[in-house]
Write a protein that binds this ligand. Sequence first.
Ligand code: PRP
Ligand code: URA
Length: 206
Amino acid sequence: MLTVLDHPLITHKLTQMRDKNCGTKDFREHLDEIAELMAYEVCRDLPVKPVEIETPMAKMTGYELSKEVIIVPILRAGIGLLDGIRRLVPTAKVGFIGLYRDEETLEPHEYFAKFPKNLEDAIVMVVDPMLATGGSAVDAINMIKKRGAKNIKMVCLVGAPEGVKALEEAHPDVDLYLAALDEKLNETGYIVPGLGDAGDRIFGTK
Ligand code: PRP
Ligand code: URA
């Protein structure tokens, strides 16, 4: 299921990032702040369990998170969302998937994978700023499902309708969160209007 988190603060920061004159430092900072704001909404339905505690005044039943959260950034650009989410869920463990998109075929290629244990019992958040054709997200989720993950959330900043469709068809059980659903992909597989190449803008590689 798709949820577009078009909160005014998220939209405001995303608009600043989209601007071609936004430099590396500001781009990274806005992305980090948006990740924290998105995480608040993405975590809204995390399961909790009752726990007996004693305040200075009385005994009471409180509630604490009942499942481990594992964040899985898709390298490279997914790294830009990691710290913001971890500020809200500091106990989260982190896995990594390295994928790059072939510039000609647009097919994703895997170059790295490393995960914490217990993927099968955890809430797994796969994070990547861009959902273009959806190939990278679909492959990343295939990889973590193969290792047992059952409860998966895909968190992206900007999506194209083509990527949303591909993800919904391949993984209808996965909840998808976007900050914005854009118009289309162009002939070279970039999201329009989008924000350009997220990895290059985060790491200053172009
Ligand atoms: C970008 C982006 C996604 C992917 C999206 O990564 O961060 O992972 O493209 O495109 P898709 O939906 O068509 O698969 P890229 O492959 O450019 O690698 P990078 O993060 O190292 O820059
Ligand atoms: N990857 C990006 O970084 N940007 C796009 O628009 C599409 C894929």
